[in-house]
Every structure is written in structure tokens, then in C-alpha cells.
Design a protein around this ligand. Sequence first.
Ligand SMILES: O=c1ccn([C@H]2C[C@H](O)[C@@H](COP(=O)(O)OP(=O)(O)OP(=O)(O)O)O2)c(=O)[nH]1
Length: 151
Amino acid sequence: MIDIELKILDPRLGVSIPLPEPATPGSAGMDLRAALDEPVTLAPGQSLLVPTGLSIHIGDPGWCALIVPRSGLGHKQGLVMGNLVGVIDADYQGPLMISCWNRGQAPVGIAPGDRVAQLLLVPVGRARLRVVDQFQPSQRGEGGFGSTGVV
Ligand SMILES: O=c1ccn([C@H]2C[C@H](O)[C@@H](COP(=O)(O)OP(=O)(O)OP(=O)(O)O)O2)c(=O)[nH]1
């Protein structure tokens, strides 16, 4: 496993908000908690920028972080991300915010400390763009959008 240091600036560290950590040794993401002063309820369709209480600096431009929904919350309660996926740039040094969106039909409550999303560290590739006359032929070619069959 690749090891990277993530700097976290948090005055409430270990006091009111536990450090994010993988739920199990095999978890890809670290659950992020809502650093709210009081519970909130999101009406169907409502979105809210929820603070995590954390400020992070990845530093290494070879990495970024993604904030993505927790599958149980997203599937069962309809609580997902208003921006669908949050991209945290390596040079960002500010507060980590979660755009929570209730895409469901019923109100969803968020209490202080609730794990509302998860953070993934992802390696970043940089493309060197080169204009060419044609591509080397491949088996797929232009095939897409179900060209290999739908089931
Ligand atoms: O869910 C998110 C998404 C982004 N960010 C922070 C970290 C990220 O590095 C910064 C900028 O995000 P992004 O580049 O996606 O935002 P933008 O709307 O393109 O704004 P900017 O012009 O500041 O880049 O905001 C969050 O805290 N949570």
C-alpha cells in the first residue's frame, strides 16, 4: 500500500471530532464526520455545505483526495453529494467541506459527529498533450455506449 502523509489542521482534534480513519483495515476511504453545533434536517432536494472541522494540505501534487458518498447513506437515505464528487487539490490548504444533498423523497437528519461522506486519496496523472494525425488501431476503436452489448 502507498503511504502518504496528510497534514490536518484542526483545533478540535480529538476533542469533539474523532480523527477520520478507515472503518476497517480494508476500507479504501476514511469516513468524514459532520462538525455541526446542532442537528440539521435536509428537506427532500435540499443541499447544505457541512463542515468537517478539518483543514487539510496534501502537498504532493502527485495526489489528490476525493470526497464521495457513503454507499449506505446514498442508497438507503438518499444522502449524497451536491457536487456528486468533491475534488481536493494537492495545493488546497483550507477547510474540508462536504456538500450534502438529500436527493431522496423524505427528510434526512444529520447530527453532529455523523459520518456523512468518505475521503479517498487518489494518485494524479499529468497528461502531455500531443496532436497526431491518427491513432494506432485498437480492437475497440470508436465503440462505446453499449457497443459490446448491454447485458
Ligand atoms: O467537496 C469539496 C470540493 C472542494 N473542496 C475544496 C478543496 C478544493 O481544492 C477546493 C476547490 O475545489 P474545486 O476546484 O472543485 O472548486 P471550483 O469550484 O473549481 O473552485 P476554484 O475556482 O476555487 O478551484 O475546494 C471541498 O472542501 N469540498
